[in-house]
Write a protein that binds this ligand. Structure first.
Ligand SMILES: Nc1ncnc2c1ncn2[C@@H]1O[C@H](COP(=O)(O)OP(=O)(O)O)[C@@H](O)[C@H]1O
Ligand SMILES: [Mg+2]
Length: 304
């Protein structure tokens, strides 16, 4: 990025400041307290995460960014209950997380759909597992399929879908269980730039219309600034909180904001945190080509 005259990323307009004030008044969905994770390896112990503290409020969108190996996936696996912390705690709605549970939905980068099940059956799977009868699971699955715009594909198998479609199904499958929080580990990392931009717009639409809190790992700065209310910046060895940045870009977001002074200022600041010497801009993906893909009518009130 060139030496533009950008505002201080900490400067917030009245509207943005008010929104953050309101956000902090909302109930706490997830709390991470003094979380440390050590792995023992043949060569000794590795501290993957050190003393992480974070409070996530209801319907907040938190992104995590940091260099490779800084512990992002380890952190999300602990939040999911797939891995245990060495010390510290994770609370979900005040209750300690010790194992995976239906109140946490997961979406990863790799396509994790069951290849032998159709789109509809993939979405029904978790519902039936949690005790729902087939008929009502099927009805629910259909609603989700409509929501993600894949009605024509409900009887297709994953290998008949594009990468973006598979991730839409993965998101629908996670949301169908009505989790309190959606945990996403680089979910769009394998998609081409254009599909990725569509998926970002699509996820924003869902988030605006459904009562869901989102914790989203990415290594793409544009993606983090575009999606997040706040960005947790981690540093490596050991993985520690470097800063939690309140994104000063007004909500609701739209693609025109990619070049706004607040957007660029935030991006430049995080770039400098992550790559201190000779920071350089990300590749110039075509992120402006956003398409609104869903129109959710479910009126659960506004997140803004
Ligand atoms: N099961 C494991 N055993 C030993 N070390 C691990 C294990 N999982 C992750 N690590 C180490 O923990 C650190 C963080 O890894 P990870 O959470 O995958 O980082 P990120 O997702 O940010 O790239 C790395 O140094 C990695 O090698
Ligand atoms: Mg990772």
């Amino acid at each position: 990025m060139t030496d533009l005259e950008l505002p201080d990323y900490r400067h917030q307009s009245d509207t943005v400041r008010d929104r953050f004030e309101r956000l902090k008044q909302r109930p706490v969905t997830m709390e991470v307290k003094n979380l440390t994770k050590e792995f023992s390896t043949r060569t000794g112990s590795v501290t993957a995460l050190k003393d992480i503290n974070l409070t996530i409020h209801k319907r907040e969108f938190v992104c995590v960014i940091g260099p490779s190996g800084c512990g992002k996936s380890t952190l999300i696996r602990i939040l999911a209950g797939l891995e245990s912390a060495t010390s510290g705690q994770v609370l979900l709605n005040g209750k300690e997380v010790t194992k995976p549970g239906p109140e946490r939905g997961m979406v990863f980068q790799g396509y994790t759909l069951f290849p032998w099940l159709t789109v509809k059956e993939n979405i029904m799977f978790g519902l039936i597992e949690s005790g729902q009868d087939r008929g009502s699971a099927e009805a629910d699955a259909r609603q989700w399929i409509d929501l993600i715009g894949l009605a024509r594909f409900e009887n297709h198998y994953p290998n008949q879908l594009s990468g973006g479609m598979k991730q839409r199904v993965a998101i629908a499958r996670a949301l169908a269980n009505q989790p309190k929080i959606l945990l996403m580990d680089e979910p769009f990392g394998a998609l081409d730039a254009q599909t990725r931009a569509k998926m970002q717009a699509y996820l924003m639409e869902i988030w605006k219309n459904i009562d869901i809190t989102i914790f989203f790992i990415t290594h793409d700065l544009d993606e983090a600034v575009y999606l997040a209310d706040r960005i947790l910046v981690l540093k490596a060895h050991p993985g520690e909180v470097q800063e939690i940045v309140e994104v000063p870009v007004p909500q609701p977001r739209h693609p025109g904001q990619f070049l706004s002074p607040e957007f660029l200022a935030t991006k430049r600041h995080i770039e400098q945190l992550i790559h201190p010497p000779a920071a350089h801009g990300d590749d110039d993906d075509d992120k402006l080509n956003m398409v609104r893909m869903v129109n959710v009518n479910d009126d659960v009130g506004s997140v803004f």
